[in-house]
Design a protein. Sequence first.
Length: 600
Amino acid sequence: MDTLISYAQNFEDVILWRALSHVEDGCYVDVGAQSPDTDSVSRLFYDHGWRGLHAEPMPQYADLLRARRPDETVLQVAVDVRPGVIRFYGVGDTGLSTTDPAIAEKHRAAGFGVEEILVPAVTLDEVLEQAPNGVVHWLKIDVEGAEQRVIDGWTGKGPKPWILVIESTRPLSAEHSHEQWEPAVLAHGYSFVYFDGLNRFYVDDSHPELKRAFGAGPNIFDDFSLSPHSQFCALVNINYHALEAERAKLQGQLEARDCESHAQRLEIQRLGSENAALIARTEEARHEAHKWWSAHEELQAQTQARAGEVGGLRMEAESLQSHVKAAREEAHRWWLAHDGLSRQLDVVLKDLDDERKMIAADRERQRSELQALTERIEAGEREISQWRQAHDDMSAKLALAVDKLIGKEAEYARSLDAMLEMQRRSAIEHVAELARAGERSRVDFAELAAQVDAGKHEAHRWWLAHEVLRSQLDAIEGSRSWRWTRPMRAGAHRITGAVDSVKRFLRPIAARAIQAVFSNPQLHRLVKPIVARAPFIYSRLRGVAVREQLFDGHVSMSAALETPLVAIGGGERDHAVVYLDKRAARILAELKYERNEKAT
């Protein structure tokens, strides 16, 4: 297909085609796709063999995309900073739907109908990872004021698009909004190349050869035409609809003239019937005259044969002649009337024939137009039938996938029940073991329980402090300074990783050193006072000893430094420590140490 037809709102597809026309069977991702035809950036590429992925949360447009693009992936989701379920404000039959409640309220105040619904949300990483060919040549983001949230959820996972097209003005306004999210786009390795008054275009730095296509705006050398849905064809569409109305009007007039023609044909048939009756009456009069003339001839012959009877028969002959003359006059009068009616009928028939020819010409023209319209309707019905068949196939596949998913969920539920049963049995055995240990040391257990309660209160206090810090952390992460210092944090993470590597290297060395101290009482007595003067080092060495299981969990650090090392192979271990998380285990160990310090 060589003809370029632009369907986009602001010729975005023409600019992208200028840069990517050399790519065959390319791939695109359209976030906020809306209609598959009206204001569609992807329709031009779809007509030229490209295929891609669409993210559209509005059910109306998602269903339309599946119907018109059955061979493409349509995700009926919103794209946000994190996955979940969010509120979405749909503005029907427009491209103004948004996730921003403030923008939705402005649309409602302007008279638009706004419907609030809950929709699933995914990140841009998850969308790009589902690209059908593993490569994305262009990505368009048009989410009506929520561009920053979409870009903040993009960490760079999945294929990296060659070109980005991002709407950079506020909805229904020429006010710029790219200052909020453009630094994050540039940080992903893109360069700004073009602004068309509505969108900003960015090119991946690894494809600098594409930048030369973003010079002038759409022009005559791009050799493209406008689609019927384009806003720039509004006047043409208005004139087209006016012509359609005029055509309907002429069709009505043609039907009225057909009715008049039918009435005139009936009138002609009536006049023809009267003319036939008149001709029959004329023929009857002629026959009567001929009969009288024959009688006259017979009488005249009898007069000649009977010359002697001339006197008597003369008067009868004259009477017969008067009857013949009267019959001739009557026949002549009927003939004149017939001749006048014939001429009048010829004139009427000629006028009706001219009008019939004109009506036939109009009807032929209208018939050709109706035939063309009927062919278009039949083509549309065939296309609708194909769409319906594709929809039925997709529904069957979806039902099969749902059945498989239900089977997997049932299998997962059975495995989960089995795992819960095993955990319940393990818990029962563990409780029984704890009960036996409690019988052996009831007083210590009661004291430990009191300390654990205190530890729980302390842990709850730390949890509350954690929630406060978490809210403060969310505020910090949402601040502008946090985004600006992102490169610095990345460097800090690398330094922390290096420090962790050093720690992992030194930890076994420290464990062997502690084990050597435990195995040598003299060295143990010498090292203990030195380590006790440095609580920080003492705490770190104690943590290494606990993690490496160099002494029994019931023995405090102080007791461990005073007694030789007890192997883990025998004796009971503190199961409460085993089933606590790291923070609770650390708090419990500190409580044990303080208890033993007070006891000594």
